[in-house]
Ligand binder design. Structure first.
Ligand SMILES: O=C(O)CCC(=O)C(=O)O
Ligand SMILES: [Fe+2]
Length: 309
């Protein structure tokens, strides 16, 4: 384990971690048996391979780039809602989230995220998406399978990207349902990058070493950021601030990576997140979050930082 991961994994309270690093990684996992049982049922539901995808002809007949993510009424996790207590009621998770977001925090969003391995992405599609910063494959997935989000890597971004005009009053909680090695599209986190507040995607990042980046906010501010790769075992859980940069490379293993992704939002009461946000040097919300898409949602910027590593 790297020194960085160790320091994030100690018993430092979640609020202090969030102020210092923009992330809090749980030392204790959530119940691995419950995670494995859920994973088995998710895997049994469909073939996570080329059969997920439309053919090139089907896609080109009517390209749909938006509305292709899980939504109420089309979300695989809805079917397993009574099985999620191992995450949502785990005392150490509830305690840390309560410290940050207050006792009346809400679940803004929850879904299954799948990192699709190269061998499962049809050749025609791989050619089209090469170099895109955000490879959310929802547009190319058969409509009945759009109850899960499928990624073939996503460049460094803030989860604020999906929430124009909303303050960073929410956190992302990620849970691995099986061991995630360097080859299984682990999350790459740039620690401390929340400190510059909300910034426009694609982000201004220059790699300065094997694990370091210079990050500029486009307003004259800059910082050095340490990169942390979140490999972890079944039940590994981590949280990050809505302004913390993170991303994934395409899954390099021969099987998919399946995780749970929660967005958790602050309740009405003052909470630890207010103390975190008081330390930020940049805006807490953005009127525009990204410049990489055309009006119809098609990618028009083709470059990528995280894949340089
Ligand atoms: O799981 C991934 O590959 C990326 C997930 C991510 O950053 C997100 O869903 O916001
Ligand atoms: Fe994200």
């Amino acid at each position: 384990m790297s020194v960085a991961l160790q320091s994030l994994n100690d018993r430092r309270p979640a609020v202090e971690d969030m102020i210092a690093d923009g992330a809090h990684l749980f030392r204790d996992r959530v119940d691995p048996e419950a995670a494995s049982a859920l994973l088995a049922d998710i895997r049994a539901d469909r073939h996570f391979d080329h059969r997920l995808f439309l053919s090139e002809e089907e896609f080109d007949a009517d390209p749909q780039y938006t509305g292709v993510n899980p939504k109420p009424g089309r979300n695989l996790l809805e079917r397993f809602d009574d099985r999620l207590g191992f995450v949502e009621q785990a005392p150490h998770i509830v305690d840390a989230v309560t410290a940050l977001l207050g006792p009346d925090y809400t679940i803004l969003n929850k879904k299954v995220v799948c990192g699709v391995p190269q061998s499962s992405v049809p050749q025609w599609l791989r050619k089209r998406i090469l170099g895109n910063p955000v490879n959310n494959l929802g547009a190319y997935v058969r409509p009945e399978y759009r109850d899960v989000t499928y990624f073939y890597g996503i460049d460094f971004h803030q989860d604020l990207i999906d929430y124009r005009e909303r303050p960073a009053d929410f956190l992302t909680l990620y849970v691995y349902l099986h061991p995630v090695t360097r080859l299984d599209a682990p999350l790459f986190l740039l620690t401390g990058t929340h400190k510059l507040g909300g910034t426009l995607f694609p982000h201004d990042l220059t790699r300065t070493g094997p694990e370091t980046w210079t990050y500029r906010d486009g307003r004259g501010g800059e910082m050095e950021a340490r990169q942390l790769i979140l490999t972890g075992d079944t039940g590994f859980a981590g949280m990050w601030h809505a302004c913390t940069l993170h991303g994934t490379q395409p899954d390099a293993a021969d099987h998919e990576r399946i995780s749970l992704r929660y967005l958790l939002a602050q309740g009405p009461a003052r909470a630890g997140i207010d103390d975190v946000n008081a330390t930020l040097k940049g805006p807490l919300s953005l009127t525009e979050t990204r410049t990489d898409l055309a009006a119809d949602g098609r990618a028009v910027i083709k470059r990528n930082n995280v894949n340089q590593v």
